[in-house]
Design a protein around this ligand. Sequence first.
Ligand SMILES: Cc1ncc(COP(=O)(O)O)c(C=O)c1O
Length: 427
Amino acid sequence: MSSEWIARDQKRVWHGFTQMATFADLAPIVVDRGEGAYLIDVEQKRYLDAISSLWVTTIGHNNNEINEAIIAQLNKISHSTLLGNSNVVTVELSEELAKVVPVIEPHFLYASDGAAAVEQALKIAFQYWTNIKNFQKTKFLTLGEAYHGDTIGSLSLGDSGFGTEIFNPLRFKTLKTPGYNTNNWLYRAILELEANYNELAALVIEPLVQGASGMYMALPEQVKELVKVAQGLGVIVIADEVATGFGRTGKLFASDMCDINPDMMCLGKGLTGGYLPMSTTVVSNRIYEAFLGPDRSEKTFYHGHSFSGNAVCAAAAKKHLEILLRDKIVGNVPKLAEHLKNELELKVKNLEFVADIRQTGLMVGIELHSSTDVGKRGRAVCIRSVNDGVLLRPLGDVIVLMPHLNFADENITQTVDVLAEAIRKSK
Ligand SMILES: Cc1ncc(COP(=O)(O)O)c(C=O)c1O
């Protein structure tokens, strides 16, 4: 029974971004297994995973080929350290990733979560300038409404919000310029770059879509212009593609969509198809080379995680990338996104509480008019949708849709039908 599992859970498990005192009241599902587009709970009820399990799942749950690749790797070795040593499958994965990432002559530093990939990127950018004896460039330019993760470094690059203001005293200061939600954001970002480039170690952006803040979107040509100005002024560009990477926007990376070559890139979430925790900081050769020097010298990057380059994760990631490319899955995203757009226009756009619909590829935010109690409507709509078999989770009063890249058209239709009904009933 779900209720028994929820009671057992509540006694011992602490869920992130969740008020545990009310956890049980908000209709959590307790998943027993997954099957393609669906999650199946302990009572055998099926739910469409319309948020890709918090934006990680790309080609569905329980994929046979990824499962087999994981099992095959388990039967060889699960983990051996990457600090000073290596393993076969991580080398192979890096070679395959190198063929597709937009970073020039890339090198890959692995970690487990998106936040850790961002943390690595900011430390690499900082040390890069020290290594080439420029001690002035120590600051970061970041965007309003940005989200880069929850460790102190990544939290510092992000804007406050989601209750994280409490940590403000722990955040280090960054230069901030308005995010994609502000009309003249590009103009103002360029002004900041021009005024401060001498002191800037890096510009950090979520290319095209600021996801966690509520799905705010930029145009590809705007991002391209920003990156051109930054790189022209000698500012390192870090593209945080933890959310946008691996097909979500309609190309393999949002950077491809914007036609940019970031100096560094952060990947996570979909790297393993959402099967296992693996992230990576992708670094251009120009930056990487500044870290080369004598053994034990101060040029070395003194940072590394225990599970960096975990072999089982790497095997899953390698197989996932192989499937994406072989089956041309990302090529299907624009068509599926168009279907989703049409469905939303037809069934959701004109509903009473809908304020705005924002979409890039398969990343969608549906902003509802807030009631006096901000976030309450978003929560109510999602609880009703879950009850009707579509798993959703809101960002305040913004309902996020993030279908798997290989949802069937019917899965999209079901998602929108259930959502529309939930909004209609959300008085
Ligand atoms: C753009 C971006 N960066 C970083 C992160 C943090 O990733 P993780 O939750 O794996 O630490 C997220 C998570 O949503 C994200 O959207």
